[in-house]
Design a binder for this molecule. Structure first.
Ligand code: HEM
Length: 475
């Protein structure tokens, strides 16, 4: 009797599990789902996506599926059903559908860290997005760079390279992350790395390790540590905001000043909203410019003819200056044609993130398929960057190719900073920062690679054990 009962229960459990797996593999959809596989229950195809590849080429997870299924396919990543689209037409269409068919979304792991859900969510479209965009452009856009930032960046790069040149070796990816974060945080919260009780670069180094790990929130996991460091940084920002609110008369001219004043005007500017927005802003500055800069220094060392042409460009700027002691000017930055082509070529090869992610707000029909409401959509723009139709011999580092590309072709096929209304608000700042870095480096210093780690894509671009460089002053 007892054994019959146990057999019955076991049978029911097996039936329930197989039913659940069947439903997992064949998700509900009012239409035809794009081709693809949902992988294993719960983890989906996550492990395949984060399995590193070792070249600048498209990550094999995406490349293989594009060959098998075509430009739009389904998958599941960290428990979330998703569609990956490398279809340029559809991606351009989605870039224009922000707030209507799609909204910004970065999977559940990131949503928790960057507060993309709940009352104070920072990704809301409309007035909230307009405000966030405008405050970043106000502090990092072209006018600010021209009027204030350029000479400051030159000064901070001068100081940093002087320090680096006294060291036997500098791991450039990490060192440049610290340089960019410390300077950017100065614009945002008047951060002073030497005086602050919390080291932002230490925090973000740890957060960076955890935020792409599997979201298992139990003590000892990288994700758990990442959430703890996020809380610590948020607490520091909250204290700072409270202090600013308590003494509105002290004017530091940074982003936090402006936003704490605007709290009286804009209803959505809650304490929670502000601290999470700033937390996300730091993140945007920490990992982005430094990765491109590190890759550029590696590629330049491997391509001496490119380096030589850049050196000539920067020395010509110095020769043409009336006052040899003046700081770098906006017109000089804009005249760095070849340097800006080198930066574009590096951004193209780097494609530092595989694409941008949105959530479907409604069922979205596309080419005979339906993307169900609530699914994530990853728009992969990096396939465009490696298309031989636009970029001949696409994996070759060839900055001269940009001379012959017309602006219409570039705008349709080159999207390192995303597209549509959410295009990167730090794009000009990133270019100006890198160009200024090259200007100081190539006019005053020389460098050589000491040790170079493997290129990795997991699927974010990384450098294994790092790129170790010796900087020395030009004699
Ligand atoms: C090489 C450097 C960088 C790259 C490749 C990059 C890339 C991107 C991309 C692809 C997006 C669009 C995201 C989406 O549509 O979901 C974006 C948005 C954004 N980025 Fe960057 N970024 C870089 C540096 C920066 C820096 C240094 C800052 C801050 C100063 C910054 C601030 C922002 C902001 C505020 C947005 C959101 C814009 C909006 O929603 O309107 N980025 N970035």
């Amino acid at each position: 009797m007892w054994s019959t009962f146990c057999l019955g229960v076991a049978g029911l459990v097996v039936m329930w599990i197989s039913n659940w797996i069947r439903r997992w593999r064949n998700p509900k959809c009012d239409g035809v789902l794009p081709p693809g596989s949902m992988g294993f229950p719960l983890i989906g195809e996550t492990l395949r996506l984060i399995n590193p590849s070792y070249s600048l080429d498209l990550h094999p997870f995406i490349k293989k599926r594009l060959q098998r299924y075509g430009p739009i396919f389904r998958t599941s990543i960290v428990g979330r059903p998703a569609v990956i689209s490398a279809d340029p037409e559809f991606n351009n269409f989605l870039f224009q559908q922000e707030g209507r068919l799609v909204e910004l979304y970065y999977l559940d792991t990131f949503s928790k860290i960057f507060a993309l859900e709940g009352e104070s969510r920072t990704n809301e479209f409309g007035a909230v997005h307009k405000y966030v965009r405008s405050i970043y452009l106000n502090h990092f856009g072209a006018e600010r760079i021209k009027g204030k930032l350029l000479p400051q960046i030159e000064e901070v790069v001068n100081k940093t390279l002087r320090e680096w040149s006294t060291q036997a070796s500098v791991e450039i990816k990490h060192a440049a992350s610290v340089l960019v974060l410390d300077y950017s945080a100065k614009q945002i919260i008047s951060y002073d790395a030497e005086k602050s009780p919390v080291s932002l670069s230490e925090m973000y180094t740890k957060i960076g390790k955890g935020f792409l790990s599997f979201p298992l929130n139990i003590p000892g996991t990288a994700y758990n540590q990442c959430l703890k460091d996020q809380k610590k940084t948020i607490a520091m920002l909250r204290d700072m905001l409270k202090e600013r609110r308590a003494s509105p008369e002290t004017n530091r001219g940074d982003l936090l000043d402006q936003i704490s004043r605007d709290m009286n005007k804009e209803k959505f500017l809650s304490e929670d909203f502000i601290v999470h927005m700033i937390f996300g802003g730091f993140f945007a500055t920490f990992e982005s410019i430094s990765t491109v800069l590190a890759l550029a220094l590696m590629l330049l060392a491997e391509h001496p003819a490119v380096l030589e042409e850049m050196i000539i460009e920067h020395e010509t700027i110095l020769k043409n200056r009336e006052d040899p002691n003046s700081s770098l000017m906006w017109d000089e930055y804009k005249s760095m044609t070849f340097t800006l082509q080198v930066i574009s070529e590096t951004l193209r090869l780097a494609s530092i993130a595989p694409g941008v992610v949105r959530k479907a707000l409604k069922d979205i029909p596309v080419k005979g398929f339906t993307i169900p409401k609530g699914w994530a959509i990853m728009m992969v723009t990096s396939t465009l960057h490696l298309s031989p139709n636009t970029f001949n011999n696409p994996l070759k580092f060839n900055p001269w190719r940009w001379k012959d590309l017309d602006s219409h072709v570039i705008s349709k096929n080159f999207m390192p900073f995303g597209g549509g209304v959410r295009q990167c608000a730090g794009a000009e700042y990133s270019r100006a920062f890198m160009a200024t870095f090259f200007h100081v480096l190539l006019t005053k210093y020389k460098y050589s690679l000491i040790k170079v780690g493997n290129i990795t894509r997991d699927p974010i671009l990384g450098f294994g054990k790092g790129i170790h460089i010796k900087f020395s002053e030009k004699s």
